[in-house]
Design a protein around this ligand. Structure first.
Ligand code: ATP
Ligand code: MG
Length: 639
């Protein structure tokens, strides 16, 4: 009988029904494909919940984070117990070999003890091997889930979050905090269990071998050890906090120097910058030297206490052996256990630092997870049906912070299919109006309506799908020209992309590029000129063909010829579409159906170009200045 790999015939039929890959593929080929697929490593499709209204709001903590892995952690703990007990069997077997074998002249006992010794090592090695593999996998899974959770959480945040938080700080959350937690899981937690268990096992063994010697150990050796450890903990605590803060300084100085390299070079500050960085790195060095110094005291100090303890036990124990109170084997085993007793204490003190760092990361991540996006989707948000494009600002009052309103009671109606220019001086609030229309922010007072739907009542996806934005500072992604133009519409064909580029006059630029549409565009678009970047952003909006277009100074960096070209393209693009066009250039504003003049967060004038000129107000004054400038330029040019 023919057998199918994987899901068998039923899954094949299901695939065929759903029009999926195997549909219509001859059986023998499908079988081969299944075989190949079976040999591929399986990555479970991660469950990614990306709801804008409901998400995991539980406070983030070590316990809640580990809770789902409870069973796995118990399994790891069992392995740790086996490993520790097997590892600590050595001194016990030595005592057995000395007292029952060597002293009693019975070599077979010695051989037996050796065999058991060997077996215990094998068992403990196997247990350690399994435990490390197991916890390694577990830790990686946890980190994977955490990274996804952090990124999803960041992706859900509103614009206000990104303007308030420094990008460098967010980077730290994603990298060094997650890393610190990773270290805590992978090494810290399990190692902690191993060391504590070792301490307990050895303490019990010491008392079992000889109570008197055990008491001497605990009275004479443990207190100085604890004092020294507490001192070290305090010093290294301070030290590591300092180191952590200073490495953050180093990183932010580094990233700022890289990002601002043009300004730094232009203002001749490279040398100064190096000096500054030397200082920042120097402070990091100092902090590290402090902790190194503390380490330099602690390691030999605890070593010395341990050795002194052993000497003391040798002195007292030797006397007891001579008195016949103790066998030689027991004394030897006691000393061996004592040697192994101090390593876990040292380890635990070091682990405390790992714990501190992990905990600091937990606190910071908890804070991050507690930030709620300001713009959230209502739980009962409706899908916005295809819109005609009427936009209404209804008594909108808005400020980025509550104490400083930027827009005051703005009311504005833009009919479906109308193009509205927004003009006004710098800082008047023009871009702010654009940001409210695409719901980057919610107004504090009043409503923004689109086709009569309050933006707060519709899903964000269905809203933004019908809006196209060309922001004041266009952003280009690392990739090809093609990817960047097709950003909002990844399925677009090359012809469609080229058509969009032609419409905005970008075809000349593409022809000049070595690889045409496949040419690489670098991050932040540094490889393109400012005007070319704007053209690309326009082509992107052109390709998306949204119902409503918002252009924020989209042509401000273009020369007059390019602008004229764009104007023609815009005429086609805007046909039947609603558009909000923010423009400093009156030539652009004039072509719109109506013009709104914004001053200081108020709409002070509204009407068509002719109406506003006739009104003889603010716009008329702007226009007169512009006209005088243009004619002046023209006369100057003709001379
Ligand atoms: P321009 O012509 O220079 O682009 P604009 O009219 O577009 O100016 P807006 O960007 O709307 O001006 O800014 C209006 C006011 O809001 C300015 O005073 C600005 O300082 C302030 N502002 C803008 N963005 C923020 C922000 N993210 N946080 C706080 N204040 C802001
Ligand atoms: Mg602006």
């Amino acid at each position: 009988m023919m057998t199918f790999g994987g899901g068998g015939p039923s899954s094949q039929q299901a695939n065929a029904a759903a029009g999926l890959p195997h549909a219509g593929v001859p059986g023998s080929l499908a079988q081969k494909v299944d075989e190949v697929l079976k040999a591929e490593p399986v990555h479970d499709a991660p469950v990614i919940e990306f709801s804008r209204s409901q998400f995991d709001r539980r406070p983030f903590g070590l316990r809640t984070f580990l809770a789902p892995q409870r069973v796995a952690l118990m399994g790891a703990f069992v392995l740790v117990v086996i490993e520790t007990i097997a590892l600590q069997a050595g001194p016990f077997l030595t005592q057995f070999a000395i007292d029952d074998g060597i002293v009693k002249d019975d070599y077979s006992v010695v051989v037996m003890a050796t065999i058991f010794y060997f077996a215990s090592i094998v068992i403990s090695s196997l247990a350690t091997h399994q435990r490390i593999r197991f916890t390694g996998r577990l830790g990686e899974r946890l980190m994977y889930a955490l990274r996804i959770r952090v990124f999803t959480h960041l992706s859900r945040q509103s614009m206000a979050f990104y303007t308030d938080e420094k990008a460098g700080v967010l980077m730290t959350r994603m990298t060094s905090d997650v890393e610190a937690l990773s270290v805590l899981f992978q090494e810290g937690l399990v190692n902690f269990a191993v060391q504590v268990l070792t301490l307990v096992v050895i303490a019990v063994a010491l008392f079992l071998f000889n109570v008197k010697l055990a008491v001497i150990t605990f009275v004479a050796v443990i207190p100085p050890m604890i004092v020294l450890s507490l001192w070290f903990r305090k010093v290294s605590d301070d030290g590591y906090t300092k180191v952590r803060n200073r490495i953050a300084d180093v990183l932010s100085d580094l990233s700022e120097s890289l990002a601002g390299i043009r300004i730094i070079t232009a203002y001749n500050r490279r040398r100064h910058n190096v000096i500054h960085h030397v200082n920042v790195v120097g402070r990091h060095l100092d902090a590290n030297l402090d902790t190194a110094r503390a380490n330099g005291v602690y390691a030999p100090g605890s070593e010395a206490i341990g050795v002194l303890g052993q000497a003391l036990i040798l002195l007292v124990g030797g006397h007891m052996v001579l008195n016949g109170e103790l066998t030689v084997g027991r004394l030897a085993a006691f000393l061996l256990y004592l040697t192994a007793f101090f390593a876990p204490i040292q380890q635990l003190v070091q682990l405390y630092n790992t714990y501190q760092q992990g905990n600091a990361a937990v606190v910071k991540l908890r804070e991050l997870f507690l930030t709620e996006p300001e713009v959230v989707e209502a739980v009962d948000a409706q899908v916005l049906p295809p819109i005609a494009g009427e936009i209404v600002l209804d008594h909108v009052t808005f400020g980025y912070t509550d104490d400083r309103p930027i827009l005051h009671d703005v009311s504005l109606t833009i009919a479906a299919g109308e193009s509205m220019a927004v003009v006004g001086s710098t800082g008047a609030g023009k871009s702010t109006i654009a940001k409210l229309v695409v719901r980057f922010y919610d107004p504090q007072g009043g409503r923004v309506l689109i086709d009569g739907h309050d933006l707060r009542d519709v899903t964000l996806d269905s809203l933004r799908r019908q809006l196209g934005v060309v922001p004041q500072e266009p952003f280009l992604f690392h990739g090809t020209f093609r990817n960047n133009v097709a950003f909002a519409n990844p399925d677009a064909t090359d012809d469609e992309i080229l058509e969009a580029c032609r419409a905005v006059g970008l075809d000349d630029v593409i022809e000049r590029l070595p690889d045409g549409l496949d040419s690489a565009v670098h991050e932040r678009g540094a490889s393109l000129s400012a005007g070319e970047r704007q053209l690309l952003a326009l082509a992107r909006a052109f390709l998306a063909r949204p119902r409503v277009l918002v252009l924020d100074e989209a042509t401000s960096n273009l020369d007059l010829t390019s602008e004229a070209k764009i104007e023609r393209a815009l005429d086609t693009l805007l046909e039947g579409r609603t558009a909000i066009i923010i423009a400093h250039r009156l030539a652009t504003a004039m072509r719109c159906d109506r013009i709104a003049v914004v001053e200081d967060g108020h709409v002070v004038e509204l009407g068509s170009h002719q109406e506003l000129v006739a009104r003889n107000g603010r716009y008329a004054a702007l226009y007169a200045t512009w006209l005088a400038h243009m004619t002046g330029a023209a006369t100057n040019g003709s001379h």
